[in-house]
Design a protein around this ligand. Structure first.
Ligand code: ZN
Length: 62
């Protein structure tokens, strides 16, 4: 059985896929992030450079 990834529209196998209905963890996180952030964060192409979201570890430690 094949399903379409909601994020990137790629056709993927349903069985044996831990990230379903997404094709990958990345697409899953993108979708969750879009939901949590009201979708406005997805303006440009996906970029691995921003996989670590801003946190308090650098702010407030000056
Ligand atoms: Zn995908």
């Amino acid at each position: 059985m094949k399903v379409k990834c909601p994020t990137c529209k790629q056709k993927i196998e349903w069985e044996n896929n831990p990230f379903r209905p997404f094709c990958s963890e990345r697409c899953k996180l993108i979708d969750l992030g879009a939901w949590a952030k009201g979708e406005y964060i997805i303006e440009g192409p996906p970029d691995d450079a921003s996989e670590d979201w801003p946190s308090n570890k650098e702010i407030g430690n000056a």
